[in-house]
Structure formats: structure tokens, C-alpha cells
Design a protein around this ligand. Structure first.
Ligand code: GAR
Length: 187
């Protein structure tokens, strides 16, 4: 099997990145992580790039033309698939159009509910009975494209933002690889 050369975009902890790196070492997993792009030079996730010897690049607002820099790197590493994993920047139309249906994202809510930031606060404030995570294709609108995998759990009366985050992220580690397998099984 020829693995898809994949770039993972991060901004923070990188726990989904770590999970994808570990899964992608499996021979039958459809992607190989060939590049990591971080919008933040203090992102803890960069340590996984170093640990697993994966090329990485930091692209932030300090760069004059960040889109061109990103596109150049994607081109250099022959990237044909992109996973956003806690990437807290909006992907520009230029990149989305070039990688149509080839960029996916994970979001910590049951989309279309609670797009954007501060998801756990919004879920609790809205007295939701259930929550979870969603893996979806990226289009030109925020947290909006076609849904690939959604995982749900029921909220307990004693749950708080910390416990919701922990439960949601534990689910994300199953949902993200599952979505990637689903995409390439159908191609
Ligand atoms: C993940 O829980 C992901 O769903 C969320 O950021 C976290 C990143 O954690 N993404 C968003 O909120 C995007 N809208 P990680 O850096 O440990 O993978």
C-alpha cells in the first residue's frame, strides 16, 4: 500500500498529532506523516516532530506571506493530504481551494453545534445532554464541511470543563484515525 504523504497542522499540545504519528507507524494505516506545520513556535506538539524525526516548520503572522510559505513547504514534501489537529488559525481559501476535499479537521463538539472557540464552556452553558467530537472536511467556512465521523457521549451532572475535555479528547484519539481509514477505504 502506498501511504498518502500527509502534513499535520498544529498550534498547541499536539496530543492528536502524537496519536496520529503512532497510528501511522502501522503498515496498514493509509497515511505517512511527512511534515508538521505549527502556527506557534512554543507549541508543545513540536516536541513530537523532534522526537519522531519528522520535518516541521513554524509559520506564523510574522512571515510576510504565510500562505505562500505553507504552500511551498507542502509542495516541497509532495503533500497530498492535510490533517488539522488543534490548528487555531483559519486556513486560507487559497490553500483550501488547492486541496479541495483533501483537508480534514477534528472539532471537540457535535457539529454543526458549537463551532469556533470555547467549545466546552458553550456546551455546559447550553445544558447539553450529550457532546462528543466530529471529524469533517474543511471548506471555506469555519468548522463547516461534510462530516466523516462523529462520536457521542452523555454528559454527567458532575462534569465540568476539565472532565469534558478529557472525555472528548479520549474520543478524538479513536475518531481521527477512524475517519482517515474511512476516507481511504472509499477511494
Ligand atoms: C483538540 O481537542 C481539537 O479538537 C481542538 O483542539 C484540541 C487540540 O488538542 N480543536 C479545535 O478546537 C479546533 N476548532 P491537541 O493539540 O492536544 O491535539
Amino acid at each position: 500500500m502506498v501511504k498518502k504523504k500527509t502534513c499535520v497542522f498544529i498550534s498547541g499540545q499536539g496530543s492528536n498529532l502524537k496519536n496520529l504519528i503512532l497510528r501511522s507507524r502501522d503498515k496498514s494505516f493509509p497515511i505517512k506523516i511527512s511534515l508538521i506545520i505549527s502556527s506557534n513556535n512554543n507549541a508543545k506538539g513540536i516536541n513530537y516532530a523532534k522526537k519522531f524525526k519528522i520535518p516541521y516548520q513554524i509559520v506564523n503572522a510574522k512571515h510576510r506571506n504565510p500562505d505562500n510559505k505553507i504552500l511551498k513547504s507542502l509542495n516541497k514534501f509532495n503533500i497530498s493530504f492535510i490533517c488539522l489537529a488543534g490548528y487555531m488559525k483559519i486556513i486560507s481559501n487559497k490553500i483550501v481551494n488547492k486541496f479541495e476535499k483533501k483537508i480534514i479537521n477534528i472539532h471537540p463538539s457535535l457539529l454543526p453545534k458549537f463551532k469556533g472557540l470555547n467549545t466546552y464552556t458553550k456546551v455546559l452553558k447550553n445544558c447539553e445532554k450529550k457532546t462528543g467530537c466530529t471529524v469533517h472536511y474543511v471548506n471555506n467556512k469555519l468548522d463547516d464541511g461534510d462530516i466523516i465521523v462523529k462520536k457521542i457521549f452523555y454528559i454527567n451532572s458532575n462534569d465540568n470543563e476539565n472532565t469534558l475535555k478529557k472525555k472528548t479528547q479520549t474520543m478524538e484519539y479513536k475518531a481521527y484515525p477512524e475517519a482517515i481509514i474511512k476516507i481511504f477505504r472509499n477511494r
